[in-house]
Design a protein around this ligand. Structure first.
Ligand code: ADP
Ligand code: ADP
Length: 239
């Protein structure tokens, strides 16, 4: 089963075609870097993939499950909000701006969605959160509030929070672009670590070195289409 299958995904904003029939398949364990000029549709793609934005047309499957729309015979059916909410946690999303809850500790930021969304018992959710914090080098930051963490640490907490939901794939939208240059390396190191652990990832990035060295495949987007796609080493001269 593919981790992700996208077919003909299309989105317009009042005359602007942001996505022009995007096709993409990602195998389990694969790391795909999505690269393209500003305004080419990368953010819209991630937002439509997660149904944070409603695509005008096209189909998405997450781990073999139709997401948002499904075909039943010749009939296309839009899933209900409840169904969309049930499948959405299968996709872990990490934005460029940090989106931690400021009034919750790092630990509680990771525990709470497991309890609320997955109905996990608190004890199990806490065990999972502590394990992820340790793996991401944040064991001693568990009780800290976001305001007392560095940008890179906050980004790692956001990654841990997404991973705690056991997603079929992780989406990263320029995970390092809001960070000071000296903190970029620590977040890229975490992505490398996840890659080695077999985490399936789609990463929107300007970090060509990362794309060349860590991604299995690079997809180039331009004017709302994926215009070229292939093994990283074939498309970019690795630095
Ligand atoms: P990227 O992430 O590659 O920079 P975006 O997905 O943000 O590109 O934007 C793709 C295109 O869609 C751009 O032309 C942008 O102006 C347009 N666009 C994005 N979001 C909206 C919106 N909410 N309303 C109108 N136009 C939008
Ligand atoms: P494992 O079975 O490898 O010990 P768990 O069952 O505890 O791992 O975790 C399940 C998922 O957590 C793995 O599929 C892996 O993708 C993910 N994971 C999250 N963070 C990390 C990390 N920093 N290193 C390795 N795997 C991680």
């Amino acid at each position: 089963t593919l981790a992700l299958k996208v077919e003909g995904l299309t989105k317009q904003f009042r005359g602007t075609t942001a996505l022009d029939s995007v096709y993409l398949e990602i195998q389990p364990g694969e790391i795909v870097a999505l690269i393209g000029p500003s305004g080419c549709g990368k953010s819209t793609f991630l937002r439509c993939l997660t149904w944070l934005e409603q695509p005008d047309d096209g189909f998405i499957e997450v781990a073999g499950q139709p997401f948002g729309r499904e075909r039943i015979g010749a009939v296309v059916r839009r899933q209900s909000g409840r169904e969309i909410d049930r499948i959405r946690p299968r996709i872990g999303l990490v934005f460029q701006q940090l989106n931690l809850w400021p009034h919750l500790t790092a630990l509680e930021n990771i525990v709470r969605p497991q309890i609320v969304v997955l109905k996990r018992p608190r004890e199990e959710a806490t065990r999972r959160a502590r394990d992820l914090l340790a793996r991401l080098g944040l064991a001693d930051r568990a009780e800290r509030y976001p305001h007392s963490l560095s940008g890179g640490q906050k980004q790692r907490v956001a990654i841990a929070r997404a991973l705690a939901m056991d997603p079929a794939l992780m989406l990263f939208d320029e995970p390092t672009s809001a960070l000071d240059p000296e903190l970029v390396g620590e977040v890229l190191a975490v992505l490398r670590q996840l890659a080695e652990a077999g985490t399936t990832m789609l990463v929107v990035t300007h970090e060509i070195g990362f794309a060349a060295n860590v991604a299995d495949r690079i997809a180039f987007m331009d004017h709302g289409r994926i215009v070229e796609e292939g093994p990283a080493r074939q498309l970019i001269d690795a630095p």
